[in-house]
Design a protein. Structure first.
Length: 742
């Protein structure tokens, strides 16, 4: 179809048949970002802003007796010091009660009467410069008495952690089948207990907010967030603002990983102060601020048992998941507890289950979603059980998985926890991995290495990655000249959304991609939407773009003149379940306990892939974070709830040279749950890598009799396990250190 534009040219639609979906086009934003021309929240210029700094709680569980702000108030440049006493009444952050809360927790912007965690904001200092604010925050004195014993931290302690003294705030139980009888009669029962360390999401850009105040009562807020519309809605609710007078802009966001999908007390304080003083306000977290008071991930402790028949078929699963939350709940605080349980029994055909989960409050930093958000925990528990079942039955790790993976004919499959696995061919994907990787030859090579006394191991893991459920918006406008503007309610933090959505729009409209501009992340220019989290932005947000473009094309075909704007609120039919399998080859140094990941191979099915390079980037980035969890990352508190890993000198993040060779392959089965057919891929590597790596290391140490290890597999832990195994087992003793090294 053709129509004349004002210059007399004819912008055409539907002419282009070359597909842009499926091509690895360059990220439109990449050049700016890698050359330092990005614009992050801290780059935003504010006129004469106040700077905000916080005095934080030195105690994990205390009663405030007095807060002395006299000295701080008298310091140069200080405008004000705010405590709970002069804050007035402030609302509370909304929590997604995916599991109903039995025990709502308070949400103080500043500590009110009690100290609930080390690092909790207690007093807010507003000053003319950041340094003045920080100095004055140091001068505020908090008088308090300790209130009692600190809840033990699951995952935070190195050994013997438990939930004693912690408070359950939400719980759920799924049951199906006569689990007890099946366990009684089973040929084999294997069990495992897992402690996930608490992890720091550690985005390159810490939390940041810049608030511009304009009379009368207008706020323009730059916020480093995954969910700008949520920020606006929640700020309006908490501070009783008119949402029409609040504009939230997520400019470039330097990583988020779930940690920036919720609003923080510090950020609410910044907006409160802008209103109170009628001035612009800026707050930027330091790295220490983020370690202390940003949401952390994982920390889940779980135990599970699997009943297996003589032929290696899985019969029944028992699981008990305990997921920590802090003393205040971010929006998605209950998601990890839910995901870590409801995704079980994973990709396997198990019909009888008894799965319990609970969220447990602790006097430590808040816990929220972190890349994977319960998915890695579910995968890890199941894949450790599968590995033990292989040993118990004498089947190979490949064979036992093939025997129990749901066959393609079983799709769609309603799982015993009530989820619908939408599509996929799990068995073919695993076969593609093991064939492509020449698994059989690697087993021979491993056994040969073992013959020389080397600790070589192979590890497999099969993971599921449910993407989010619900709706997202898109507004697509074609102007008089045929130029297309796509405004998405989703947002982005480095996923190259602008390019991927342009690819979708170009294909749907049959036009050159250069004609498409994509904007998102600004509540004024984008329709109200959800954001970039839960592996949902391509599957749901991309489908919204697709549907809007299809409607626009239909209206053009019916002869409507330009400009045309189409608004779509797209709702998916259900979650799209991405999945994949990872194979890891490791060698452990028996003298030092150091783990070397020799090679990693991945096959992922993310459904329809819009841009293979972006999908691969997500898999590699996710893998790096999964490697970090498996080998080195751990938040540590002492038994008084004092943070011992408060800097990047103490908290080990993986570096480029820690990454092994990673071969990424994909398989593509379109999801029937959304228009695009896409599944999630942003969390893939983070979910699959830890289980595969730990399985490989335990396999490497299996000749010594090692059967369990808790992450992170630091050289110290692995060395201890080796020493323990050698002193425990008669075989280990005869296999002397000398003969097994070199
Ligand atoms: S952990 Mo994600 O950003 O839902």
């Amino acid at each position: 179809m053709e129509f004349a534009d004002s210059k007399g040219k004819s912008p055409s639609v539907g002419q282009l048949t070359d597909k842009s979906i499926g091509r690895s086009l360059h990220d439109r934003r990449a050049r700016s970002l890698v050359t330092g021309h990005g614009s992050f929240t801290d780059d935003v210029r504010l006129e004469n802003p106040l700077h905000l700094a916080f005095t934080r709680s030195p105690c994990a569980d205390g009663v405030i007796e007095a807060i002395d702000t006299t000295e701080a108030r008298a310091m140069t440049g200080v405008l004000s010091v705010i405590t709970a006493a002069n804050l007035g009444s402030v609302g509370k952050l909304a929590v997604n009660e995916i599991i109903p809360l039995s025990e709502p927790l308070p949400w103080p912007v500043l500590a009110d009467g009690t100290l609930d965690a080390v690092g909790q904001p207690v007093a807010a200092v507003l000053a003319e410069t950041l340094l003045q604010a920080a100095d004055a925050a140091d001068a505020v004195e908090i008088g308090f008495r300790e209130a009692g014993s600190v809840s033990q931290s699951p995952g935070a302690q190195s050994h013997n952690s438990n939930f004693a003294g912690s408070q359950s705030v939400a719980a759920k139980n799924w049951r199906q089948g006569d689990v007890a009888s099946i366990f009684d009669a089973a040929a084999h029962v294997v069990s495992v207990r897992v402690q996930h360390a608490r992890l720091a999401p550690a985005s390159l850009e810490p939390r940041s907010i810049a608030v511009r105040y304009d009379d009368p009562g207008f706020f323009t807020i730059w916020h480093s967030t995954q969910t700008p519309h949520r920020t606006r809605e929640q700020l309006a609710a908490i501070l009783d603002l008119d949402p029409q007078k609040v504009r939230v802009i997520a400019t470039d966001v330097g990583g988020a990983f779930g940690m920036k999908a919720s609003l923080y007390p510090e950020e609410v304080m910044a907006v409160w102060a802008a209103r109170h003083f009628g001035r612009s306000v800026r707050w930027v977290a330091s790295r220490s601020d983020d370690f202390l008071s940003a949401t952390q991930g994982r920390g889940v402790e779980s135990s599970g048992a699997l009943a297996v028949d003589r032929d290696g078929h899985f019969l029944a699963l028992r699981a008990d998941v305990q997921a920590p939350v802090g003393r205040w709940l971010p929006n998605s605080a209950l998601i990890p507890a839910w995901n870590a349980a409801r995704i079980l029994p994973g990709p396997y055909a198990v019909n009888a289950i008894d799965i319990k989960t609970q969220a447990v409050a602790q006097n430590l930093a808040p816990v929220g979603i972190y890349r994977g958000a319960g998915r890695p925990e579910a995968c890890f528990l199941m894949e450790r059980l599968v590995e033990k079942a292989a040993l118990a039955t004498g089947l190979s790790p490949c064979e036992i998985r093939q025997r129990n993976l749901l066959p393609q004919e079983a799709m769609p499959r309603t799982t015993p926890t009530g989820n619908t696995l939408d599509s996929g061919d799990y068995r073919r994907l695993l076969a593609q991995l093991t064939t492509g990787a020449d698994y059989a030859a690697r087993v021979v090579a491993r056994n040969t290495a073992r013959g020389f006394g080397r600790l070589r191991g192979l590890g497999l893991a099969f993971y599921l990655e449910p993407s989010g459920d619900g709706w997202e918006t898109a507004r697509v406008t074609m102007d008089d000249h045929g130029a297309v503007l796509v405004a998405s309610g989703s947002s982005a933090q480095g996923q190259a959304r602008e390019t991927a959505y342009a690819q979708i729009a170009a294909d749907a409209l049959g036009i050159e991609i250069e004609r498409v501009t994509v904007v998102c992340g600004d509540t004024e220019t984008a329709p109200a939407g959800i954001g970039a989290l839960a592996s949902r932005a391509t599957a749901i947000g991309g489908s919204a773009v697709l549907e809007a473009c299809r409607k626009l094309r239909d209206r053009l075909a019916k002869g409507e003149g330009l400009p045309i704007t189409v608004d779509v609120k797209y709702r998916n039919k259900g979650q799209a379940w991405g999945y994949g399998a990872y194979l890891i080859e490791v060698e452990v140094d028996g003298d030092t306990g150091e783990v070397q990941v020799l090679e990693a191979l991945a096959v992922d099915d993310a459904g329809v892939v819009v841009n293979p390079a972006f999908a691969e980037g997500q898999i590699r980035g996710g893998f790096a974070q999964g490697l970090g969890e498996a080998l080195m990352e751990r938040i540590v508190y002492d038994d008084q709830g004092q943070l011992l890993t408060g800097s990047l000198m103490d908290y080990a993040l993986p570096r480029a040279d820690d990454m092994p060779s990673l071969t990424v392959q994909t398989m593509e089965t379109a999801s029937p749950m959304n228009s695009l057919g896409a599944k999630g891929v942003g969390e893939a590597g983070t979910i699959g890598a830890p289980a595969a790596i730990v399985n490989a290391v335990i396999d490497a140490l299996s000749p010594l009799g090692v059967t369990d290890l808790q992450m992170p597999l630091t050289p110290h832990r692995v060395w201890q396990a080796i020493q323990q195994a050698r002193s425990d087992s008669p075989a280990g003793k005869s296999d002397s250190k000398e003969s097994s090294s070199i």
